[in-house]
Ligand binder design. Structure first.
Ligand SMILES: [Zn+2]
Length: 271
């Protein structure tokens, strides 16, 4: 059984098995907010059951970005009465346009989600939208700030700030290499520096997966990424026909390095 970790007054983190997803819970006096819902009805149910051990208040949901392990559990929360699902506009658009394509990734973990047959397998597209300006959500006695720092892990990463804690989704990953599949590597490093600049405002920094992180961890992640961008760009310049030559020198695993180079080439500003 998963256990809650206390991260500041009325702030909690639940780690669920599998990808070690961190789900946030912020409990106000009138409502509670759940940050990321898991990869289907099974994990969603596990998360909801754990939430219900903590609070019986009405729930609002946040999806930090449009990767299946962060939003495929939404329908379970809708069936529990949640009607407000927050996300960045690009995340909501991506879920609406291509969310179904991610069903193939869940496989045997969530067979119902993968086939789309069963209870709570429909996609719930976020309907409460954050754009470039921060949005304050009042839970009663505690106000949560939802904000966007630009492109990074995806083009729609939403951050969730409370008086004590910053939930950053997969912009920061602890215990695994960052995932570059839908990323904007150059801009991601900037977003990490921006997170680091906020360090005095929050006591706890919660990544999308893994242990709570220090500011030093975020700075190192940013510097590593900037160095990797430089190394990969040099390789691309030197051997434009085979940029994969950069893979051995990059500070990531081979598969992630391959994605890193691909995304760098696809997303380079034209200058
Ligand atoms: Zn992700």
């Amino acid at each position: 059984m998963s256990e809650w970790l206390d991260v500041g007054a009325d702030n909690y983190v639940l780690v669920t098995e599998g990808s070690l997803l961190n789900t946030g819970l912020i409990v106000g006096s009138e409502r509670a907010m759940v940050v990321d819902t898991g990869c289907g009805p099974r994990q969603g149910r596990e998360i909801l059951d754990a939430v219900r051990e903590k609070t019986s208040l009405p729930l609002v949901v946040v999806n930090t970005h449009a990767h299946y392990d962060h939003f495929f559990g939404n329908a379970v929360f809708a069936s529990d009465g949640a009607t407000e699902f927050w996300a960045h506009e690009n995340c909501a658009q991506e879920i609406d346009d291509h969310g179904d394509l991610q069903r193939r990734f869940v496989g045997t973990l969530e067979p119902e989600m993968s086939t789309g047959e069963g209870e709570n397998v429909e996609l719930v597209v976020p309907n409460a939208i954050v754009k470039d300006q921060p949005v304050l959500v009042d839970l009663g006695g505690i106000t949560v700030t939802l904000f966007y720092l630009g492109r990074g892990h995806t083009d729609g990463d939403l951050l969730v700030g409370t008086p004590t804690t910053l939930f950053v989704g997969d912009l920061v990953e602890q215990g695994a290499h960052p995932s570059f599949e839908d990323s904007y590597p150059e801009e991601w490093a900037d977003s990490l520096r921006h997170i680091s600049a906020l360090r005095h405002r929050y006591e706890f920094l919660i990544p999308g997966h893994g242990q709570p992180c220090s500011d030093q961890f975020v700075k190192t992640m940013a510097n590593t990424m900037t160095t990797a961008v430089r190394q990969a760009q040099q390789s691309i310049r030197e051997t434009p026909t085979d940029a994969t030559k950069a893979i051995p020198v990059l500070p990531y695993g081979p598969e992630q390095s391959r994605w890193f180079i691909k995304r760098l080439q696809e997303t380079r500003p034209l200058h």
